[in-house]
Design a binder for this molecule. Structure first.
Ligand code: PLP
Length: 407
């Protein structure tokens, strides 16, 4: 368990902000986590000490910047247990990682009349890139429904496979329901049918131990800014055997071996997928975000967040009349999406903000899931390692006040 949460909080200067004369209670961690000082310092050092373009110069600064970026790649590979750092592609975020897979891998394995399996709880980042490809190729989308508690209907999943199924793409954890999908079993099943699986891990990597080899994921995407890292950096893990066969996603500098007007050949992995100048300073700062998580221990982070989830859920259900919580699957991560009576999610979010509580409102980039839930939007409170029971109390008290005011 976490011993000294005050020490952890000191590492996050933003948490000591006041809003409207009240202490900030930041419960929008699913959208982005706050950033510890060591990550911010790595960014500052990058700009003030080592800024030079990577993989381009023989001079010392360029070599230092390159080494920092490549050390981050090794760190990420180790963190998710990839076989090699060459299987780690840096992107701008989960969104770009999924666009890369859809465009390059999807374009390679999906043909007209084929089928791709998604789930009803996907973020738009794992829906729209496939639809863009679909409009070019004409394959069919199959959507796995969920059960009343917000877990996936695995029987329906298994029954969707047929001779035209070419690919599955599924979130590891839902950004609305908190459901942690049994992706290891889902991948194993898909593989018995010869079908590769893409995992959107944006909401899993910050909260649970992810081992891409144990999962046997073909691709796994996540974002640095949701895991105490900098903005603008994401990761795509891909099995080398697939990455080698895939065409590049974008063209430009860095991703080539040689260029002529007659013929261009491409660089080795991972650079084949990294056209142009990456956010090398952000990438190197991601190492520090991972070190922060490792120092606390991912199991301790998960246990702390789970304790806050149980405590807050129990009190909300007992003390807030008319509350409906969306997603109660066993083992869910620390996300509470809810509505109270007929009150509008925006009204609740705006009033909570005036009481210093930062929660997210709206469709959470999951409109198909909102349709399945029969709502237009929900309020979402989500926890990270630095949140405390006192903050949960402030949130519950504020919500009770807001609900009373609105009714
Ligand atoms: N997938 C899921 C499940 C998410 O929750 C998010 C962001 O909230 C994304 C994808 C997109 O991540 P990003 O905006 O960092 O690319």
């Amino acid at each position: 368990m976490i011993q000294d949460i005050d020490r952890i909080r000191e590492d996050f200067p933003i948490l000591s902000r006041q809003l409207y004369g009240r202490p900030l209670v930041y419960l929008d961690n699913t959208a982005t986590s706050e950033t510890p000082r060591e990550v911010v310092e790595a960014v500052v050092n990058g700009y003030t000490r080592t800024k030079a373009n990577v993989h381009r110069g023989v001079h010392t600064l360029s070599q230092e910047a390159t080494e920092l970026q490549e050390a981050a790649r090794r760190k990420v590979a180790e963190f998710v247990n990839a076989s090699s750092h060459e299987e780690i592609i840096f992107t701008r975020g989960t969104t770009e990682a999924l666009n890369l897979v859809a465009s390059s891998f999807g374009g390679m394995v999906l043909g007209e009349g084929d089928e791709l399996i998604l789930t009803v709880m996907e973020h738009h980042a794992n829906i729209v890139p496939w639809q863009l490809l679909q409009s070019r190729i004409g394959f069919k989308l199959r959507v796995v429904p969920m059960l009343p508690d917000g877990s996936l209907d695995l029987e329906a999943y298994r029954s969707m496979f047929n001779t035209r199924t070419r690919l599955v793409s599924c979130c590891h954890a839902s950004n609305v329901l908190g459901t942690v999908n049994p992706v290891k079993e889902m991948i194993a099943f898909a593989h018995t049918k010869g079908v590769p699986v893409v995992i959107d891990g944006a909401q899993a990597v910050p909260h649970i131990k992810v081992d891409v080899r144990d999962l046997d994921a073909d691709f796994y995407a996540f974002s640095a800014h949701k895991m105490y890292g900098p903005t603008g950096v994401g990761v795509l893990y891909g099995k080398r055997s697939w990455l080698e066969k895939m065409p590049p996603y974008q063209g430009g500098g860095e991703m080539i071996e040689s260029v002529s007007f007659e013929k261009t050949t491409f660089a080795e992995l991972p650079f084949k997928f990294e056209a142009g100048t990456p956010d090398f300073i952000g990438i190197s700062a991601l190492s520090k975000g991972i070190e922060f998580m490792e120092r606390i221990g991912i199991d301790n982070i998960a246990a702390h967040e789970h304790e806050l989830l149980e405590y807050t859920t129990g009190r909300l259900l007992a003390e807030v009349p008319g509350i409906r919580i969306f997603g109660q699957a066993p083992g869910k991560c620390a996300i509470i999406s809810f509505l109270v009576g007929h009150e509008h999610h925006y009204d609740m979010g705006m009033l909570l903000d005036k009481l210093g509580i930062a929660v997210r409102t709206g469709h959470h980039c999951a409109q198909p899931l909102m349709q399945a839930l029969g709502v237009e939007g929900v309020v979402r409170a989500s926890f990270a390692v630095y949140n405390t029971r006192e903050e949960a109390d402030l949130f519950i008290a504020a919500l009770k006040r807001v609900a009373a005011m609105l009714s």
